[in-house]
Ligand binder design. Structure first.
Ligand SMILES: Cc1cc2nc3c(=O)[nH]c(=O)nc-3n(C[C@H](O)[C@H](O)[C@H](O)COP(=O)(O)OP(=O)(O)OC[C@H]3O[C@@H](n4cnc5c(N)ncnc54)[C@H](O)[C@@H]3O)c2cc1C
Length: 343
């Protein structure tokens, strides 16, 4: 197995921070994964493509960067069952599906990152979540040194959430994700922007539109280092929403079936006067207030400090606590966003 020491992770995190890890493992097989000692594995951070990771300090913990590759397709009369190894790039996998006549994931095109990370925060965009198409996840358990299968229900998927982010965090690795994509394809084209598509709507047309919309809206991390939406969209009760809506009648919102209401974190940040706000080499993007850009800082703590400032301003104005979507990683492992502090 490839192992490196004193290794710079600058090319492996989309905030482009020059953090260093004492040791990084690149296992390509289950056997290689099993070779990593339980002591090292359980104190390590699992790194995919680093597009949802904020290294908050100059040093990172031990890193395991799985390198398992491969896509297997089994077809029956009604469905495609697709087993994908964790290190496959997500967007390339979506392209592979569409080019192979396997439809359903087109709304999730161009989301950066690896397939293995997709179930962790249950990636979502343009009206769908990846959990809509996952039938199972294969997990390598560090303590047992063996693989275990989880059904969709056992993954406990929620909005940007799953068991892998909660109870199982730090105890193993997703090695494979299993998708079930029905041959009877149904377009999900009611999302703003996609509803302009001319009938008959095809998966290819949805994918092209999603790519076009994303490229127009979101800054490309290679030019402006960022991790996409920095905060989750807050979900509030109907009562809280009604109160806010009386004061801010133009506030965007999305009604949930259970009566709760999802608000747009980007709008709240913008209304708090922070769109385009910059300090210490980091800032809120000028067009998309939900995105924090690392313009020229070499220190993750500047991004942490900005995120704390944003939370404070939004809390003062709306009495709403924004919760980061991005994972905060310190030298000794994951930090809770409230304790990360920043300077
Ligand atoms: C420009 C931009 C746009 C984005 N748009 C969206 C969007 O529309 N919707 C959305 O949901 N997200 C979006 N994101 C966030 C990001 O793309 C996703 O969270 C993605 O799944 C992260 O993948 P990654 O491999 O880079 O994860 P990393 O940042 O490497 O890791 C993220 C988390 O997953 C864990 N992890 C990674 N691989 C594994 C594994 N094999 N097993 C167990 N745990 C693992 C890590 O430990 C960490 O906790 C965007 C990011 C950017 C930069």
């Amino acid at each position: 197995m490839k192992i490196r020491t004193n290794f710079s992770l600058q090319a492996f995190n989309s905030f482009n921070l020059p953090v260093v890890t004492a040791e990084i493992f690149f296992p390509s097989t289950i056997k290689e994964l099993a070779e990593i000692s339980i002591e090292k594995a359980s104190s390590s951070y699992i790194l995919g493509d680093g597009t949802n990771t904020l290294f908050c300090q100059d040093k990172a913990p031990i890193i395991i960067k799985p390198n398992l590759m491969g896509i297997e397709v089994i077809e029956n009369d009604d469905n495609f069952q697709v087993k994908v190894a964790c290190a496959q790039n997500w967007h390339e996998f979506v392209l592979f599906c569409i080019n192979s006549g396997i439809y359903g994931l087109e709304n999730l095109a161009l989301i950066p990152g690896s397939v293995g990370a997709a179930p962790v925060q249950n990636i979502g965009a343009y009206g769908i979540e990846v959990s809509d198409f996952i039938v199972g996840v294969t997990w390598f358990d560090f303590a047992q040194k063996k693989q275990v299968d989880f059904t969709n229900a056992e993954c406990q998927f929620g909005y940007r959430d799953s068991i892998f982010k909660q109870a199982l965090n730090g105890t193993g690795i997703i090695t494979h994700v299993h998708f079930l994509l029905p041959k009877a394809w149904q377009a999900v084209d009611n999302y703003q922007g996609l509803n302009e598509l001319v009938s008959p709507v095809t998966p290819q047309a949805i994918m092209a539109k999603v790519i076009q919309l994303r490229q127009a809206k979101l800054p490309e991390p290679k030019q402006l280092p960022n991790a996409g939406s920095f905060f989750k969209n807050p979900i509030v009760s109907k009562d809280v929403f009604n109160e806010l809506n009386q004061q801010y009648s133009n506030m965007p919102f999305y009604l949930h079936d259970n009566g709760d209401v999802k608000l747009a974190a980007g709008w709240l940040i913008e209304q708090a006067g922070l769109k385009g706000f910059r300090r210490d080499g980091v800032g809120v993007h000028e067009n998309q207030a939900l995105v924090i850009i690392n313009y020229e800082s070499k220190q993750g703590e500047n991004i942490v400090a900005l995120s704390v400032h944003i939370q404070k301003k939004v809390k003062e104005k709306f009495n709403i606590q924004l919760v980061p979507e991005v994972r905060f990683i310190g030298e000794d492992g994951e930090l809770s966003p409230t304790s990360a502090g920043g300077k």
